[in-house]
Design a protein around this ligand. Structure first.
Ligand code: GLU
Length: 429
């Protein structure tokens, strides 16, 4: 019966299955040590908290928050907190695992974690979001900490939310240690210990990757057309920096609308509109609204998924006409979508490389706080660029060594570093 199909849609491949598929492929090809493979196939710690918050209408609501800590062989757990209805234990696991690979590939002294709260932040007032955030931080307690597990922004979380976390965490410690706890989160506002440039770090990094891709594939970015899915922090800043390279934004999609203009969309005007409209692009007059299903098939050179996971799938990957997919989001391409892109010779700059500018920026914020220093934005962006160039070159070299795609070679670089660490250090006891 059709009604039954509607009520119980076939389960889509979840992000957790995607990350495990990717891991298995790379581990097989590189012949990863079987013991290390067993360790990395599991998450170290999974925290689920339920906590009450009084809403503006006086009623109490109980929220569910998650923090999954995948692995800390290379350093403290690191990764964002996401406020979204799709946050559940599987999503947190998958995203935590991607953080381990990302930190390892970027050469950072970090492990991987991820978490968040299952909610739609648009349904809550600023005051409610502050109380939810503070109570979540309190519920996490000493499971996070500047040398243990360091959250950061992710989908629907921002510098303001990080400031509330830092303040709540520090306020529950002795006043004498307040500034020793500042770096319990990164992505803070500048006045609260934040780093100049952390706001734009992910988008800047996506474009740094595209610059490397452009040099290696001998196709200048100047004159290229690109589309962006998601117009949050990553979507906006990627557009901003790609325009500086002479490329043109011709399509944008978010949860509320899909817009297109082959002559170019002004990201600054779109940002203004979106800020004034609850961070939605719907109603923007500078482009034509089209059907969401037309988005990935738009005539362009670069596709930047910068929203949620599992967006490029077996159903739509075949429509993509672009030369390259630059994964600003985590896990935007599922296994079936990936196979189609590879068969169609569409390059993929994999998420763990492409969006690593964010966590690299976080690393410099953490260092800046640890050293009580304040750095200039130019220095910060240069350091981020440098780390991305190094990782990109390693990914390309390893892809030649094993004759594999860039995602698999990015995994091999990340897994080799983890494998070496385990080999050198051994396992307690
Ligand atoms: N949420 C970002 C990511 O997925 C940043 C994580 C961080 O800075 O710790 O990479």
């Amino acid at each position: 019966m059709t009604t039954q199909t509607v009520e119980k849609p076939e389960r889509k491949e979840g992000m957790y299955e995607v990350v495990m598929d990717q891991f298995a492929r790379a581990a097989d090809i590189m012949n990863l040590d079987p013991g290390v493979r067993k360790i990395l196939a599991k998450t170290n710690t999974e925290i689920v908290v339920h906590f009450p918050v009084r809403l503006d209408n006086g009623k109490i609501e109980v929220f569910t928050g998650y923090r999954v800590q995948h692995n800390n062989a290379l350093g403290p757990y690191k990764g964002g907190l996401r406020y979204h209805e799709t946050v559940d234990i599987d999503a947190a696991r998958a995203l935590a695992i991607w953080m381990t690979w990302k930190s390892s590939l970027a050469g950072l002294p970090y492990g991987g974690a991820k978490g968040g709260i299952q909610l739609n932040p648009k349904e809550y007032s600023k005051g409610e979001l502050e109380r939810i955030t503070r109570r979540f931080t309190y519920a996490l307690g000493d499971n996070i900490g500047p040398d243990l597990d360091i959250p950061a922004p992710d989908v629907n979380t921002n510098a303001q939310i990080m400031a509330w976390i830092a303040d709540t965490f520090s306020s529950t410690k002795s006043p004498a240690t307040r500034f020793a706890n500042l770096h319990v989160v990164t992505g803070k506002p500048m006045g609260a210990g934040g780093l100049a440039g952390r706001d734009r770090a992910t988008g800047f990094g996506v474009v740094a990757n595209l610059k490397s891709w452009s040099v290696r594939s001998k196709q200048p970015l100047k004159g290229m057309r690109f589309i962006v899915q998601g117009f949050g922090n990553v979507g906006y800043w990627t557009s901003h920096f790609l325009l500086k390279e002479g490329a043109t934004l011709i399509g944008v999609q978010d949860a509320t609308a899909t817009i297109h203009d082959p002559n170019g969309i002004d990201p600054e005007a779109l940002l203004k509109h979106s800020d004034a409209n609850g961070r939605n692009i719907k109603g923007f007059t500078g482009a034509k609204e089209i059907e969401p299903s037309e988005f990935f098939g738009l005539e362009c050179d670069i596709v930047v998924p910068a929203a949620l996971g599992n967006q490029i799938t077996g159903e739509n990957a075949g429509n993509i006409k672009a030369k390259v997919v630059a994964e600003g989001a985590n896990g935007p391409t599922n296994t079936a979508g990936e196979l189609i892109l590879r068969n169609n010779r569409v390059d993929i700059i994999p998420d763990i490389l492409c969006n690593s500018g964010g966590v690299i920026g976080s690393y410099y914020e953490w260092l800046q706080n640890k050293r009580s220093e304040i750095w200039k934005i130019e220095e910060v962006l240069e350091m981020i660029h440098d780390k991305i160039d190094t990782a990109f070159a390693q990914v390309v070299a390893t892809s030649g060594e094993f004759n594999v795609d860039w995602r698999t070679s990015a995994y091999i670089v990340a897994l080799r570093r983890l494998e070496n660490t385990y080999m050198e250090r051994g396992i307690f006891p």
